[in-house]
Design a protein around this ligand. Structure first.
Ligand code: ZN
Ligand code: ZN
Length: 594
């Protein structure tokens, strides 16, 4: 599994503590047990305090706008040392969201560092069959390890290409700079020279900021590549000046050791990389970065962000760029693990939800909260509903050119959660669509939708597609039944529905078939007798609710009776939509004895 860039071993340890410790963690794909007596309101989160009303992307963009004018430079990067995963998605998605927001304010450049000069330190689990081929290359730069699949110039480029093709599905197209190219054309030579010139100050900054009281006396800014074995992870510098250096390939690492060779290079040979804690600030200075983020592991106390601040202030004598950090993506509170069956990889999740919805799930929470995904059918359905509702909110709150048309949010909307998006519930009162005033939480959701979707949305409810496809098993018929206005949505969503069906993701309430029996109670008979083709799903839902009310029946029990009459089970999809999808006349004829 690829680690985000080169992480110092002690930092990896801290990162694990963060992942499993008591860090703030918000589950945002709530497990949903259908409750027939409750309206299905989707806003259930506590309202934020007034100072929290801005979405995190707005807060970051504001900091950039206060400090500089266009063109804004947003940078990011990753080490492509294995298959794409949620961490890699975070590395791309969060800066891309900042870019999307800043682009509304002025020219914005998004530059992405592919750190494929980093050492290859482990054979990824899914390439275990290529272990014999890959093991001799451990310790070499990723751009010099062969691509085991044979389709790219190197291992690093294989996973870089894979990453870029996946992030493109999210509409992310950064300008990519390969670290290997930058070093080989000498872009880092002046940084290397100045670090060597000021080596004592540099050592002091790194030792202090990394909180390392056993900082090695021979620590050097450069990591040379061994001329004999080609490894970059096993060398150490024995002497240096601004033009040349000598090294020995004698370091012992857990996974390998040096070949014992001693040699020397000129700096202009470009056979080195800067230590990560120096590379990161140099990369940002080279690009004129205004803002770059990192995972919690880099931003922990003594992490590489602290070193970056020290290098900027004490070596470069400049103000550092704006930094930000993001939480982990967890599954049920745990790290993704294919072998333990925890969670899903990005490509697997994309079989079940469109990239826009997955992006929304990651962009919506506060940046530093851990995102705890629950990839079950019920929770993914909830995510899809939430995504669509957020698109409605956006249209209500922002103009076509992105201006906030709601103006100031009334103060009382913080405390009164009276603005909710309702959708048809199993037996609650009729939906009221969106009522005013909107809350700040809703404003954040609307903005998250805008950043995640890049304008792409769909009107068809995913749950409706499931119901129709379960009933008719043919997309042409589904299209006829749902109406031509949904044709494009159906084409877009059909592959996802089919993957849900093939993979057993369909929630139990949607596992049904039309198995009508005759209505028994007078209330049920009255309800079925009142059905007519002119009623839509909402009318039918209200009819059932009002029939129960007028006859003093308990709505919950009445709905159970109706489900049992129509589909032979006590619960099912939303009743109004179910009857509309089967056809009101057909249900009426089947459930009423003439
Ligand atoms: Zn390849
Ligand atoms: Zn060597």
């Amino acid at each position: 599994m690829a680690a985000p860039r080169a992480i110092h071993p002690t930092i990896v340890h801290t990162c694990r503590l963060f992942a499993f410790g008591g860090f703030v963690c918000i589950r945002f794909l709530f497990t949903c047990a259908p409750n027939p007596n409750m309206p299905n309101n989707l806003v259930s989160e506590a309202q934020p305090s007034p100072i929290q009303h801005q979405h995190w992307v707005e807060k970051l963009a504001d900091q950039v706008l206060q400090r500089t004018s266009p063109p804004f430079i947003v940078t990011a990067g990753m080490t492509t040392s294995g298959p794409f995963h949620m961490g890699t998605l975070s590395e791309s998605l969060y800066p891309a969201s900042v870019v999307r927001f800043l682009e509304k304010k002025g020219e914005t450049k998004f530059i992405f560092s592919a750190d494929i000069l980093d050492a290859f330190d482990a054979v990824p689990a899914n390439l275990a069959e290529h272990t014999t081929l890959l093991t001799p290359h451990l310790g070499k730069p990723l751009c010099e390890v062969p691509d085991p699949l044979g389709c790219c110039p190197s291992f690093g480029e294989h996973f870089l290409n894979e990453s870029l093709s996946i992030v493109e599905k999210f509409g992310i197209r950064p300008k990519v700079r390969k670290a290997s190219d930058d070093y080989r054309c000498g872009a880092y030579d002046n940084y290397a020279k100045s670090f060597i010139r000021e080596i004592d100050s540099v050592r002091k900054v790194i030792a202090t900021t990394s909180l390392n009281d056993k900082f090695p006396a021979n620590w050097h800014p450069l990591m040379p590549q061994c001329s004999n074995c080609g490894k970059i992870a096993t060398t150490e510098i024995t002497s240096s000046d601004e033009e040349k250096y000598s090294y020995s390939c004698t370091r012992k690492l857990k996974y390998m050791e040096g070949c014992g060779f001693s040699g020397s290079h000129k700096l202009s040979d470009h056979k080195y990389k800067l230590q990560w804690r120096l590379h990161w600030p140099s990369w940002m200075d080279l690009n004129g970065t205004h803002i770059e983020g990192g995972g919690m592991d880099h931003h922990t106390r003594g992490g590489s962000w602290d070193s970056l601040l020290g290098v900027f202030r004490e070596i470069f004598k400049k103000e550092p760029p704006i930094g930000y950090k993001w939480g982990f993506v967890l599954f049920g509170g745990k790290k993704y693990s294919k072998s333990k069956g925890i969670g899903m990889g990005v490509t697997e999740l994309l079989r079940f939800v469109p990239p826009q919805a997955l992006a929304y799930a990651l962009i919506r929470p506060d940046l530093e909260e851990n995102r705890d995904l629950s990839p079950t059918g019920v929770d993914l359905m909830r995510l899809l509903e939430d995504f669509q509702n957020a698109s409605v909110l956006y249209a209500k709150m922002f103009s076509a050119n992105g201006e906030d048309i709601m103006g100031a949010v009334p103060a009382d909307s913080e405390n009164t959660s009276n603005s909710k998006i309702s959708s048809e519930s199993a037996s609650g009162p009729a939906p009221s669509s969106i009522t005013s005033p909107v809350s700040r939480a809703e404003r954040k959701r609307a903005l998250a939708w805008n950043l995640a979707s890049s304008g792409k949305t769909w009107k068809a409810q995913f749950s409706d597609l499931l119901i129709y496809h379960i009933l008719y098993s043919d997309w042409d018929i589904v299209s006829q039944k749902m109406g031509s206005e949904y044709k494009e949505d159906i084409t877009f969503l059909a592959p996802y529905v089919e993957n849900w069906e093939k993979s057993g993701m369909v929630p139990s309430q949607y596992t049904f078939s039309f198995k009508p029996i005759f209505a028994r109670s007078d209330a049920a008979k009255q309800f079925f007798a009142s059905l007519s083709p002119s009623l839509n799903a909402l009318d039918i839902h209200n009819l059932a609710f009002n029939t129960a009310k007028s006859l003093n029946a308990k709505p919950g029990e009445f709905f159970v009776e109706l489900y049992e009459t129509i589909i032979g089970q006590p619960s099912g999809p939303k009743l109004g939509k179910l009857i509309e999808a089967i056809g009101a006349e057909k249900v009426k004829a089947a459930c009423l004895q003439s």
